[in-house]
Design a protein around this ligand. Structure first.
Ligand code: ADP
Length: 656
């Protein structure tokens, strides 16, 4: 009766050009209940043999028959399942995970077996090794002997078929050695099969059978005469096929919870590092949230304002100011005069007309200064732009004719110049000319980028002849009496202006007429440009943030190489390791994203509070930012997670 049968196992390592034959045709059987010690000088192949016995490593040739089934050709994941349920490992360096308690260390194999609910078993095993009082301690609070006892409890938690011990007392003092060997031989007395590698005769003395190796071959295989040989135990009833086809559904769920916990601890134990690596994501997401909020706010208030303007307005402007303000005209600019204004007013279907001249000026009142935008307009401006003052009055036709020095002032300007003083009938100086304040414009609010109340409106004639020295009108606003005749009127104005200015076909675009639909369109185009801009900022910062995350994850994988080796040894499959690291990366980016949302919303709120900007934080933008930050974690965590998953368990365990 045998549980393990090796047939002519060979393993060669190539080190550079030289090939080291670590095992040269090893054949061996192990029966249930045996306690085998593998001995031999250093380099004789003991560890290699133990790793192959525990299928942590694969032979180059030969056959491995486990409980009657040839397992030489199984996949890595199938072997991981077998390791998890049939094998328990005890290593010279203990390999306990440092950040979790002794009890949690002992529970680890249960996670990969989907038996998290059997947690009480881990405590039982810790009691068996006599450490119940220390179960809540971290490994660094335990002595070497105690750590090894916890490692033995971990090896036992899944009730393995065979315990593999690789120099289990190699790092321990004599007293601990005696304790550990007592535990191991005690296990064997309870019919547990044990295979142990050691180079110490004293330790090997506990075994019932001693195999000696030299140069990759078995040179002797004897019963230990000093130990009483009892009859072999009954063969345990195991089905390899059932184990390797085991359902993993339940396992997944138990594992996920554990991975999240692990990710949380990994982040918490490297707070500074985690925060720094999250920063890229945080800034990217914050920028996007803030700018989307401002953009949406601006759009909303512009639209509100457009709606208040009425949809029956036409705007005639000099030059071919294209949608984005880039003049495409060939240098010819039509200059409008008051005769043009009069002529347009006479067109059938036109209700009222108002000329406009734009400029800027330095305003002075008392000892206060303010630089603002000046609009010279006709009297109809108030009606067309819903700008009739609620305090004071607008200027009259008479005042326009007289080039009167009167001003209707926006609320921002009032605030800056007068503070709490009464502005009405006060005299202000504008570019050294004295103006009388006759009215206050109704407040319109900011459009996000531009404060519409930061303006002074004066008669167009005053603006041209006294203030700016302009000879011509910049633009003419036309209100059409009936919205259905918009197109007709627009066409009529165009023909009129072409005729009046003797324009040829080529320079017909030296002026343009825009209606509300055009402006809406222009607005949409601007919004689109802004969206692209935001998109690129987001993409770049998320990319940079993602690379930061990838970098830190690669560091994390390197740091935890031995942990990965240990996890693989106790039965984690490649996908388990992969998921573990992906979850860690996603936790990082998600946390960064969440912080970014809060931060971005905070910035937007501050801007609205202190700068008076209109903002609108949408659920959509928050959702988008969250999805993106998770996606960044997945994408940039993939490579480090893959690196971790494909580590060779033996090499990982040996990593210094
Ligand atoms: P022991 O455990 O008896 O000291 P090992 O099984 O560790 O021996 O090693 C047997 C031989 O194989 C040694 O010569 C060792 O240098 C070589 N060897 C073991 N592992 C590797 C490896 N990963 N790469 C190259 N050579 C190795």
């Amino acid at each position: 009766m045998k549980i393990i049968e090796l047939k002519d196992i060979r393993k060669t390592y190539s080190m550079g050009k030289a090939a080291v034959a670590a095992l040269q045709g090893v054949s061996l059987t192990i029966s249930p209940g045996e306690f085998v010690a593998i001995m031999g000088p250093s380099g004789s192949g003991k560890s290699t043999l133990l790793h192959i016995l525990g299928f942590l490593d694969r032979p180059d040739s030969g056959e491995y028959i486990l409980s009657g089934k040839n397992i030489t050709k199984l996949t890595n994941d199938q072997l991981a399942l077998l390791r998890n349920s049939l094998m328990g490992f005890v290593f010279q360096q203990f390999h306990l995970l440092p950040r979790i308690t002794a009890l949690e260390n002992a529970e680890l194999p249960l996670i990969y077996a989907g038996k998290r609910h059997l947690k009480a078993k881990a405590m039982d095993k810790i009691k068996d090794v006599g450490l119940a009082a220390r179960a809540g301690h971290r490994p660094n609070e335990l002595s070497g002997g105690e750590q090894q006892r916890i490692a033995i409890a971990r090896a036992l938690v899944n009730d393995p078929l065979v315990i593999f011990a690789d120099e289990p007392t190699g790092n321990l003092d004599t007293k601990s050695q005696t304790e550990i060997m007592a535990i191991i031989s005690g296990l064997n007395k309870k019919d547990k099969t044990v295979v142990m590698v050691t180079h110490e005769e004293e330790v090997a003395g506990y075994a019932r059978r001693i195999i000696r190796m030299r140069d990759g071959k078995i040179i002797s295989d004897d019963k230990n005469k000093d130990v009483r040989q009892e009859p072999a135990a009954v063969a345990p009833d195991i089905s390899i096929d059932k184990i390797i086809s085991g359902s993993r559904e339940e396992i997944k769920r138990a594992e996920l919870a554990d991975h999240f916990r692990q990710a949380f601890w990994a982040i918490v134990s490297h707070k500074m590092r985690a925060i720094l690596s999250m920063l890229g994501i945080l800034i990217g997401v914050a920028a996007v949230i803030a700018m989307l909020a401002l953009g949406a706010g601006a759009r909303e208030s512009i639209q509100k304002q457009l709606a208040s303007l009425g949809s029956n307005l036409l705007m005639v402007r000099a030059g071919s100011q294209q949608l984005h303000g880039v003049s495409l005209g060939a240098g010819v600019v039509t200059r409008f005069t008051f005769q043009d204004v009069d002529a347009i007013e006479k067109i059938h279907g036109v209700k009222i007309v108002s000329p406009t001249v734009n400029g800027g000026a330095q305003l002075v009142y008392g000892n206060k200064n303010w630089n603002t935008q000046v609009q010279g307009t006709g009297v109809n401006y108030a009606q067309m732009h819903a700008a009739a003052p609620t305090i004071g009055r607008f200027f009259k036709e008479e005042e326009v004719r007289m080039r009167a020095r009167v001003a209707v002032v926006g609320t921002t300007v009032i605030k800056q110049l007068f503070g709490d003083a009464d502005p009405l009938d006060a005299y202000i100086r504008m570019s050294r000319i004295t103006f009388k304040v006759i009215g206050i414009l109704p407040p319109k609010g900011a459009t996000g980028w531009r404060d519409q109340d930061d303006v002074v409106v004066i008669p167009v004639t005053t603006a041209m002849y006294r203030l700016t020295g302009k000879q011509y009108i910049d633009s003419i606003d036309v209100e059409v009496s009936d919205i259905s005749s918009m197109d007709e009127v627009q066409k009529a104005i165009k023909e009129l202006l072409i005729k009046r200015h003797h324009l040829t076909k080529e320079n017909e675009d030296s002026f343009e007429i825009r209606n509300m639909a055009d402006i809406q369109q222009a607005l949409q185009a601007t919004t689109k440009t802004m969206a692209w801009l935001l998109g690129s900022i987001a993409a770049i910062s998320l990319l940079v943030g993602g690379i930061g995350i990838m970098n830190i994850m690669l560091v994390s994988v390197t740091e935890r190489t031995r942990e990965i080796g240990l996890r693989k040894a106790i039965g984690a499959r490649e996908s388990d390791i992969m998921i573990q690291f992906l979850i860690e990366a996603v936790t990082l980016t998600f946390a960064g994203g969440a912080a970014g949302v809060v931060f971005g919303a905070g910035i937007a709120l501050l801007l609205s509070l202190f700068a008076g900007w209109t903002i609108k934080i949408s659920i959509f933008s928050i959702l988008l930012a969250t999805i993106f930050s998770i996606a960044v974690g997945l994408i940039f965590g993939l490579w480090p997670a893959h690196q971790a998953a494909k580590l060779d368990p033996i090499e990982a365990l040996r990593y210094e």
